[in-house]
Design a binder for this molecule. Structure first.
Ligand SMILES: *Cc1c(COP(=O)(O)O)cnc(C)c1O
Length: 411
């Protein structure tokens, strides 16, 4: 089925088991537990000798169906779904980190990822080494034998810095360190993480996949590039399970102990959202590109940051990695925080809300919201300016959005 396109492959993903009623939609298995005919079968399932579900903290058929769809279209080795993008990030790191290890990353991070690293992990003896990820030499110099992961976002939010993935994966792999990439900004229908040497891809499925923003979700996608024998936390499992070591850790320990597995209702909604993801992404990205060009022509707007603009410092890298339309998020600067607030308050069509890649266009002032409880010093270090607005473009028409922007700019 490799020759099929994204949607065709997705739509022909079979159910984990044939449905008794030949339902055309995947049923929602709202159940916590599963019954067994015999104690022996129960033992086999609980000890991982048979694939039967035992308890929905670890596996559920509806969630498995969503996972299988993602696995089919990404060509991944293994996929699991969790209750949020943050759960996907934290559960991945908790599988690899140990007291005395370090993680190489950037200060240009989603706010809660930064907070997880700095506030949650540090007290457990995990060192966070912030580097300039556009400087491969600096990254290389910071890696040592206790580095458990190189973590990055493919386009950072809201700074819009693009990681050179081939260069960074080469450095990581030369040092036997896994590259973990949060690819939430560009969906896997367009961005093929495996081609750039990403070992573990993390996606907040709350965003493009859910589409209508119906609920939170996260995905962990393993491309089976990394040899887990080089991971201190996984080397024993690697001897037993080979390239399945990371997923064995997730399924046998992390899902069981952290309880962040996706719920069936969410999996149903997100499996449905996935069916229209690529067409929504294409349309939203095209409108976003058009709006970025128009915003550039307005004198009051001090800077328009979108990697699809030809004069963006990352435009070549962005084109190479993400294609012609690099997503539906842009940022722009007005003269002051006051000007940003006045603009936001006049908008009629664009909604004042957080989140990304909803079908509705959304605007937020990141410095005072997502980064609102951070100190000024940390915001400065993260390059989060209080003159910046972030726009996530939805499915409204480009002209209607443009007219809303123009009327809100008028004094
Ligand atoms: C939204 C987001 C997250 C967190 O995802 P949730 O589903 O909200 O937990 C992580 N990384 C990036 C880049 C995001 O945009």
């Amino acid at each position: 089925m490799d020759e099929l396109n994204f949607e065709s492959k997705l739509l022909s993903t079979p159910f984990p088991k044939k449905d008794n009623y030949n339902s055309l939609s995947m049923p929602v298995y709202n159940t916590a537990a599963y019954e067994f005919d015999t104690a022996e079968e129960m033992e086999a399932a609980f000890c991982g000798k048979t694939p039967e579900c035992t308890y929905s903290r670890i596996a559920n058929p509806t969630v498995q169906y969503f996972e299988n769809r993602v696995k089919t279209v990404t060509g991944a080795f293994a996929v699991t779904a969790l209750n949020s993008g943050m759960a996907a990030i934290t559960n991945t790191i908790m599988s690899l980190a140990y007291s005395g290890c370090n993680i190489i990353t950037s200060r240009h991070l989603f706010g809660n990822t930064y907070s997880f690293f700095v506030n949650t992990l540090k007290p457990f003896g995990v060192e966070i080494r912030f580097c300039d990820l556009t400087n491969v030499q600096e990254v290389s110099e910071n890696i040592d034998t206790n580095t458990c992961a190189l973590f990055l976002e493919i386009i950072t939010n809201p700074q819009m810095e693009v990681a050179d993935l081939a260069a960074l994966s080469a450095v990581a792999h030369a040092n036997r360190v896994p590259l973990i990439a949060d690819s939430t900004i560009i969906p896997f229908s367009t961005f093929h993480a495996k081609d750039f040497g990403v070992d573990i891809e993390i996606v907040s499925s709350t965003k493009y996949i859910s589409g209508g923003a119906t609920g939170l979700g996260g995905l962990i996608i393993d491309y089976s590039i990394f040899d887990w024998a080089h991971s201190p936390r996984l080397k024993d499992l690697a001897r037993q399970f080979g390239n399945n070591a990371f997923f064995a850790k997730l399924r046998q320990e992390i899902h069981r102990n952290f309880g962040a597995y996706m719920t069936p209702q969410t999996a149903y909604m997100q499996a449905l959202g996935l069916e229209t993801m690529e067409i929504r992404f294409q349309r939203e990205s095209q409108i976003c590109t058009e709006l970025a060009k128009r915003l550039k022509s307005i004198p009051e707007i001090e800077g328009v940051n979108y990697t699809g603009l030809p004069d963006n410092p990352f435009s070549d890298l962005s084109l190479k990695q993400f294609g012609q339309y690099p997503g539906a998020m842009l940022t722009f600067d007005l003269a002051s925080k006051k000007a940003c607030y006045s603009f936001m308050n006049k908008l009629k069509l664009i909604r004042r809300a957080t989140n990304l890649f909803d079908n509705k266009s959304l605007i937020i002032h990141p410095a005072s919201t997502i980064f609102g409880t951070f100190t000024q010093q940390v915001r400065d270090e993260m390059n989060v300016s209080d003159k910046t607005l972030r726009l996530s473009v939805g499915l409204e028409s480009a002209d209607d959005l443009w007219n809303d922007i123009l009327q809100a700019l008028e004094n």
